[in-house]
Design a protein around this ligand. Structure first.
Ligand SMILES: [Zn+2]
Length: 51
């Protein structure tokens, strides 16, 4: 299965690998810069946003 690596938009720390075909949204705190990043994904489309 293909996966996409998700990186922090601030410090480019690798956060996790997302399996293609997954749908949903999560909030994750970057382990390096401690910022909270909201990620929404649907199929192969990934959007990162922040407050
Ligand atoms: Zn970061």
């Amino acid at each position: 299965m293909k996966s996409t690596a998700i990186y922090c938009q601030y410090c480019h720390q690798r956060l996790f690998d997302l399996m293609s075909g997954t749908r949903g949204s999560i909030e994750i705190k970057c382990s390096r810069c401690r910022r909270v990043i909201r990620i929404t994904f649907s199929g192969n489309q990934v959007k990162e946003s922040s407050e």
